[in-house]
Design a protein around this ligand. Structure first.
Ligand code: DOR
Ligand code: ZN
Length: 343
């Protein structure tokens, strides 16, 4: 049987939510990954070290007993984040980054930043104390076409942030365009990017193939095929600047299959299998370990994991849904078959 053994990967961006939704999804992430960067866009957002430590305890108490998993916490940046909070985050062994959500860009981003200038003092402190900035890179401007919002963010705000804070470590998260790939490739070693499985596997046609398919709707939205190909080249090309982020973002099925459906693809159930599919289809399985297991910890200056995981070539069907307590979620590629299976 064909097998693929890798150093256990980490997920450099995931939404595990809280309460019953957390208890439904965390086992998937903890099985697939040794560690994960936890997104802070809860309601209310995780803006302080104290809140992040409490959230970390909630996550750890939901992880199945036999699994070892380390949540890497992040803080949600706001215009009123104090310089003292930035320093205590940088000092904490549990906090690994700040997340910048442009206000209004995506799920629970209302408390985010409406003008990057408002957080220049915080960014200066982050640069000095060397704590990374994770960016949801889309402009919030209803006159800007939804398919151009990332490109526009890169050429205006990202350009300015990296110019004004040349020593700041920055991750442009879940990149979706050729322009973003090019910017990151051309920037210094302190600027990196992450890539989701859905943006590597699908282009924007998937959202509208024979009808509206809400489980392919996420933000930034899927783009044209030429952009997908640029992402595949970045992920499989061996550059250390690109690494894995599922951006697994569970929403209740009823809130996805809705007249105004929520943005987010749930992919934690099959994350490595989805990446193995795209790397295999592009003749690059030998590059998967760098992308999934090495580039991320190297950028975050954390040790690489020592455990391994094995994928086997053994077709399996993705369930139509996962249900627990009062939660029901629909996974990415529900009802479809994948050829790789995590053992
Ligand atoms: O599709 C998305 N879902 N994009 C985001 O930026 C946020 C996420 C969520 O929290 O649901
Ligand atoms: Zn996300």
């Amino acid at each position: 049987m064909k097998t693929l053994t890798l150093t256990k990967p980490d997920d450099w961006h995931v939404h595990v939510r809280n309460g019953a939704l957390l208890r439904t999804v965390i086992a998937h992430t903890a099985k697939q990954f040794a560690r994960a960067i936890i997104m802070p866009n809860l309601k209310p957002p995780v803006t302080t070290v104290a809140q992040a430590l409490a959230y970390r305890e909630e996550i750890l108490s939901a992880v199945p007993a036999e699994t070892s998993f380390e949540p890497l916490m992040t803080l949600y940046m706001t215009a009123s984040t104090s310089v003292e909070e930035v320093k205590s985050a940088a000092d904490s062994p549990y906090i690994h980054a700040f997340k910048l959500y442009p206000a209004g860009a995506t799920t629970n981003s209302d408390a985010g930043v409406s003008d990057v200038k408002q957080i220049y003092r915080q960014l200066e402190t982050m640069e000095k104390f060397d704590i990374p900035l994770l960016i949801h890179g889309e402009v919030v401007d209803e006159r800007c076409d939804i398919f151009d919002r990332e490109k526009q963010f890169v050429s205006t705000h990202l350009e300015a942030i990296t110019r004004d804070f040349p020593g700041l470590r920055v991750v442009l998260e879940h990149v979706t365009t050729a322009e973003a790939v090019y910017f990151v490739e051309s920037a210094g070693p302190n600027v990196a990017a992450t890539i989701t499985p859905q943006h590597l596997l699908f282009n924007r046609n998937a959202i509208l193939a024979g009808g509206i398919r809400p489980h392919f709707y996420c933000l930034p939205i899927l783009k044209r095929e030429e952009h997908r190909l640029a992402l595949v080249r970045a992920a499989t090309g061996g550059s250390q600047k690109f690494f894995l982020c599922t951006d697994s973002a569970p929403h209740l099925t009823a809130l996805k299959e809705n007249a105004c459906g929520c943005a987010g693809c749930y992919s934690a159930h099959a994350a490595l299998e989805l990446y193995a599919k795209v790397f295999e289809e592009n003749g690059a399985l030998d590059k998967l370990e760098n992308f999934a297991s090495f580039n991320g910890p190297d950028f975050y200056r954390l040790p690489r994991n020592s455990e391994v995981v094995t994928l086997i070539k053994s077709p399996w069907n993705i369930p139509d849904f996962y249900a627990n307590e009062d939660v029901r979620i629909t996974p990415l590629l529900a009802g479809e078959t994948l050829s790789w299976k995590l053992q």
